[in-house]
Write a protein that binds this ligand. Structure first.
Ligand code: URA
Length: 486
């Protein structure tokens, strides 16, 4: 009997297994043990290719290392099954490899007893990989390290995989999350991406204390999105629990919303059932004027709850205005764009960047200004994979007017700068021609109005000189606003 001690990783097992095959040591004569030592990254595709000759570094000294040709399917099954959490996995995988090497191809078939077990292990691991990718939720790290240069993660996540899929999932995230640093902790180790390289620590058991508790901006955005995509009419709690097993809920920021949404949807369904029950009763029909029958519509309790027009349905969230409450100048745009819709903040996309240039050139500072939009939800149409801006209609501008009025009443700006025709129409409550307003400020009841072009109009100019000219006009309008305040 031989004892083979390996690092608990697929590459280590592969090297040792090939050496053992070279020495013709049968599976019954090996005891496989995982050393509690350093960690080696799992690299996928070790047996890649349809038929691959495997050179191996022998851990059994002087053993001739055979070339083992295995099918691509078997290679994939072995590398996935290697992540299955079972202390006997290495012995089992060696048995499979031994049988294959001996010419017994049935071992790679699900009809075979070992083959079936191999398939089951690989399937469980693949599901676990999928779940980890789907259910890990990163949150902004509330407690970055005190020393700024010690490189703590910007985002953290806690997750409890059933199998050893952490390195695989970490590799996946590292290729998709750009340079932002992050840390995923699990009960059996952690993966840290420092923006350049991945570091895996498999040995230490970590506790759920590593799961940060507080909400952050990314989470608020996700919650807004999740709530807006929830369709009570299509609720099927059994299917929901099947697809989103309760064991994942604790790591998901949206999970705490689910019970309330289910119960709201159920009471909605009950109301509908009651209404149709009443409707089905016999009796005399009394004609009522629809206008009178409608209860007077109340103002929505919050901007995010606003359903005064249909734009909320396809937007991620409502985008409020922002800036100091004592701002003397209020800039009003048309509506949030794609990036504003995702970020929940006005003028953070390309138009916002150009506007920043004009603000700077005018000698103003963005932090002193209040920036908002006439319409608070993003209106768009799909072109290919892009959400393209669509100009809001008069009805949508009117529906959203209550929010702009509220902002004007709260901020009481000395000067209102409208960017583009939609904002100008929203402030004047009528459609007007920009041409009549761009050249000189207009005194309104409580503020000066300075009308200018929207920065997107400058962005749309193909000619550099023309773009510069429009930018110059916007800058001049901002300087005028500055002069009025001063
Ligand atoms: N365009 C706007 O009018 N507002 C924004 O916030 C962004 C682009």
């Amino acid at each position: 009997m031989r004892t083979i001690v390996i690092e608990d990783s697929y590459p280590a097992w592969r090297r040792a297994a090939l050496a053992a095959l070279g020495s013709e040591v049968s599976p019954e004569c090996i005891e496989w043990r995982a050393a509690d030592s350093g960690v080696e990254m799992h690299s996928p595709g070790l047996f890649d290719g349809d038929s691959v000759a495997l050179p191996a570094a022998s851990t059994l000294a002087d053993s001739p290392v055979p070339a083992v040709h295995i099918s691509k399917d078997l290679a994939a099954l072995l590398s996935d099954a290697a992540l299955y959490r079972d202390p006997y996995r290495w012995a089992f995988l060696y048995k499979v490899l031994w049988r294959w090497h001996g010419g017994d191809r049935s071992v790679a078939s699900p009809a075979d007893e070992d083959g079936e077990r191999l398939y089951q292990m690989a399937k469980a691991v693949r599901r676990d990989k999928h779940d980890m990718i789907a259910y890990v939720r990163f949150r902004k790290n509330d407690a970055p390290p005190s020393a700024p240069d010690c490189g703590g993660p910007e985002y953290v996540a806690w997750y409890e995989p059933e199998h050893d899929v952490l390195p695989w999932a970490a590799e996946h995230f590292s290729q998709r999350m750009g340079r932002a640093s992050w840390l995923i902790t699990t009960p059996r180790g952690a993966a840290f991406w420092d923006g350049n390289a991945l570091h895996i620590e498999n040995r230490h058991a970590l506790s759920a204390d590593h799961a940060p508790a507080s909400a952050d901006e990314a989470e608020a955005l996700w919650l807004a999105y999740y709530k807006s995509t929830f369709n009570p009419a299509r609720l099927n709690p059994t299917a929901l629990e099947q697809h989103l097993p309760v064991r994942f809920w604790k790591g998901l920021p949206e999970a705490h919303l689910i019970p309330a949404m289910i119960s709201e949807a159920k009471s909605g369904a009950r109301r509908i059932a009651q209404a149709s029950g009443v409707g089905a009763l016999g009796g005399k029909t009394v004609a009522v004027d629809a206008e009178q029958a409608q209860p007077a519509r109340e103002r929505p309790s919050s901007l995010d709850a606003c359903r005064r027009c249909e734009l909320w349905r396809h937007a991620t969230q409502a985008v409020p205005g922002g800036g100091p409450h004592n701002a003397r100048i209020m800039l009003i745009g048309e509506q949030p764009g794609d990036q504003e819709d995702l970020a929940g903040k006005a003028f953070v996309g390309p138009a916002g960047q150009l506007l920043d240039t004009a603000i700077q050139r005018a000698g103003l500072s963005r932090v002193d200004l209040y920036l908002t939009n006439a319409v608070k939800h993003f209106k768009w149409e799909l072109r290919g994979k892009r959400r393209l801006h669509k100009t809001p209609g008069q009805r949508e501008v009117e529906a959203c007017a209550i929010w702009l009025e509220q902002e004007l009443a709260t901020i009481k700006p000395t000067v209102i700068v409208t960017l583009g025709a939609t904002a100008l129409g929203a402030v004047l409550h009528e459609k007007v021609s920009m041409r009549d307003y761009v050249d000189a400020p207009v005194q309104l009841d409580t503020a000066w109005l300075v009308a200018t072009y929207h920065p997107s109009y400058a962005l749309r100019q193909r000619d550099d000189d023309e773009r510069e000219r429009v930018l110059g006009e916007i800058t001049a309008a901002l300087k005028r606003a500055k002069g009025l305040v001063e």
